[in-house]
Design a protein around this ligand. Structure first.
Ligand code: 4GX
Length: 229
């Protein structure tokens, strides 16, 4: 899978969470081809400006449609497929497990990171396929949301998690939270591990884990069960 990122801060993607662990290995193995591009390279005026004041007045600056469109055309021209163009914004549909899986079916994604007060709406209307939010809170730019999306999607590339693990076996695949986990020592500071886990009784342990998952989900995320909180 190829993922292109359009950003004013390409350095935010260097030596960060996409350069360690599972995602680092997926990139080294050629499963994920991540290409980061600086939107400012496509500014044309003397000051290389990428933003301007909003028509109609208001706070802050808006990213220019002409600069963004040139950057996108340039990047789309680098590969056979135009890719699915995703704009990260709090106005988008909220990212969840099913959207992650859907995005992961694309051979190419192009992620656009906005700064300031956002991008000119004409860019969204004419160039963007999906507007996606990572949740109902505001971060400073689209870079962290893009990294969250890339990490979550890359885990679904066949082979990315290694042979042992499958994303199907993890939380949310069946709509439940995970059961609690414990390791040695069996007792620490008088804090004991639930006895059932030390019993060696495989069937009872599996039953306990499933009960824990249901109980936690009911307690913490009743919305996942279709219940009101
Ligand atoms: N999930 N942000 C985008 C720029 C912006 C401002 C106004 C549209 C309108 C975010 C999120 C997020 C901050 C990224 C504002 N875009 N992105 N940026 N939550 O908070 O994706």
């Amino acid at each position: 899978m190829r993922v292109d990122v359009l950003t004013l801060f390409p350095e935010a993607f260097e030596g960060g969470p996409l350069d360690v662990s599972i995602i680092k290995r997926a990139r080294e193995d050629g499963l994920l081809d991540l290409q980061v591009h600086n939107i400012r390279d496509h500014a044309t005026d003397r000051h290389r400006s990428v933003d301007d004041t909003p028509f109609g007045g208001g706070q802050g600056m808006v990213m220019r449609v002409d600069v963004l469109d040139r950057a996108l055309q340039h990047v789309q021209g680098q590969d056979g497929s135009p890719g699915l163009v995703v704009y990260l914004s709090p106005q988008g549909e909220v990212l969840d497990d099913s959207l992650v899986r859907e995005l992961a079916t694309n051979e190419r994604l192009i992620l656009v990171c906005g700064r300031y007060e956002g991008v000119d709406q004409r860019f969204v209307d004419h160039c963007v396929d999906r507007e996606v939010s990572i949740g109902d809170y505001i971060v400073t730019g689209g870079e962290l949301p893009a990294m969250v999306l890339i990490d979550a999607v890359a885990r679904h590339i066949p082979g990315a998690l290694g042979d042992e693990v499958s994303p199907e076996e993890e939380s949310f695949a069946d709509g439940l939270l995970e059961h609690p986990q414990y390791t040695r020592p069996a007792e620490y500071n008088g804090w004991a591990v639930p006895e059932i886990l030390l019993s060696g009784h495989h069937a009872k342990i599996e039953k306990w884990k499933q009960e824990q998952r249901l109980e936690r989900t009911r307690e913490r995320r009743p919305d996942l069960l279709g219940d009101s909180p």
